[in-house]
Structures are given as C-alpha cells and as structure tokens.
Design a binder for this molecule. Structure first.
Ligand code: OGA
Ligand code: MN
Length: 211
C-alpha cells in the first residue's frame, strides 16, 4: 500500500503546466508557444492534410443541421472529429501530451476533467468564425477550450485568421502560429476567428469537460 508520503514524492512540478495554470487564474486564458515542437507540428499537419484530401472533413455546424445556410455566415470551417481510441501513433503523441496536462490539472487544481473532445479544423481562405462563446452548443460541461495551430511556417500577419479574445475591457488578437497552443475558459471568454485572408488555417481544437 502506498503511503501519503509516497504520493507526494510522486508529484513532480511541471513548469510549463504551472505557467498555464497561473495564466488561467490571472487572465482566464493562456498562450503557449512551442507547446508542440516543430517536428511534431509537421507530423500533425501532414496527418490533417491527408485526411482532408481524403474528403473526410465536414462543414462545421452550430446547432441543428437545418441551419446550415445560416451557419456559413457564422462559421466557415471544415472539421473532422478525432477518435482517441482509434488514433494512429501521431495522434497518440498529441493525446499523450494533452492527457498529461489533464491529469496535472486534475491533481493540482481539482478541475474534475473527465472527458475531452477534439477535432481537426480547416479554415479555407475567406472563412471566419464570428464572435461566440463555446457553450453556444448547449454544452455547459465544456470547461477549457484548447486550440493548437498547425499552420505552415511562417504565418505572416497578412494571412489574417487571428484568434480574437474579448476580455472585460480589452481585446487580444493572437496569431495562429504553428506550435502555438491557446487555452481559455470556455464559459467565460467570448472569442472570434478573424477572416483568413490567404492560405488555409489549420488547427486542432478541443474541449476539456466535466461530467
Ligand atoms: C472554435 C474556435 C478558435 C480558433 O472552434 O470554437 O473558437 O482559433 N476556434 O480556431
Ligand atoms: Mn470557439
């Protein structure tokens, strides 16, 4: 049987995860550059593009299917949900890191994250996602939103596609730079994807959920 002392010795502080937690506590969002290495991003992107070319992505929806026409004026991305139980080695790499963050959050912040859902997303040139809250889909179990950008390097400002985060008295625009991870409070922060002006904007987006 393991004593409490061993439990404590078991715990190793993770500076990256600690900085994310501190950001979330202080400003409700965190931007982490190089959350994934360049080499990892290259693999994730190749994986995404392969599936995209196989025509497996669907036009995103915001509610019922019958609203599809209206949807285009709200969001224009194409998505493919990921299935962790059927993930390939590259996706396992992705989920390993997410899972270690989740268990760290649960251990240190008692967040009670029990579920997660992630999808690939492609925003073709000219598309956007209007200002919204991620609880929009009537899912109040969504606790933290995560977006990991898989764009080609470089992604110049002129490409647009910034993530705008609306704070109480301020607005932050975040460029979707490859390897960058943005994490924010799903139920608190309204946000928007600005029009993609050139190229395709690639990402993996997901939610950490309570029961
Ligand atoms: C979303 C979303 C932000 C982004 O998919 O709900 O807000 O930067 N994505 O892609
Ligand atoms: Mn969103």
């Amino acid at each position: 049987m393991r004593s409490e002392l061993f439990e404590q010795l078991d715990f190793v502080e993770n500076p990256l995860f600690e900085s994310i937690i501190e950001d979330l506590l202080n400003q409700q969002y965190s931007v982490v550059d190089h959350f994934f290495t360049e080499a990892e991003v290259v693999q994730f992107r190749a994986n995404l593009l392969l599936k995209y070319e196989e025509d497996r992505f669907k036009k995103s929806a915001i509610g019922s299917r019958t609203q599809e026409e209206i949807d285009k004026t709200i969001r224009g991305d194409f998505i493919l949900w990921m299935d962790e139980s059927k993930s390939d080695p590259i996706e396992q790499l992705f989920f390993n890191k997410i899972n270690s963050l989740v268990s760290y959050l649960n251990k240190t912040c008692f967040l009670g994250i029990l579920q997660k859902e992630f999808h690939y997303a492609v925003y073709p040139t000219g598309t956007f996602y209007k200002r919204h809250l991620d609880t929009f889909q009537n899912d109040d179990r969504r606790k933290l939103s995560m977006v990991c950008y898989l764009n080609e390097d470089p992604w110049p400002k002129e490409n647009g596609g910034e993530l705008a985060i609306y704070l109480e008295n301020d607005m932050k625009e975040i460029l979707p730079l490859p390897g960058r991870m943005v994490i924010f409070e799903s139920q608190l922060l309204e946000h928007e994807v600005k029009v993609v002006k050139a190229s395709e904007r690639l990402s993996i987006t997901g939610w950490l959920k309570t029961r």
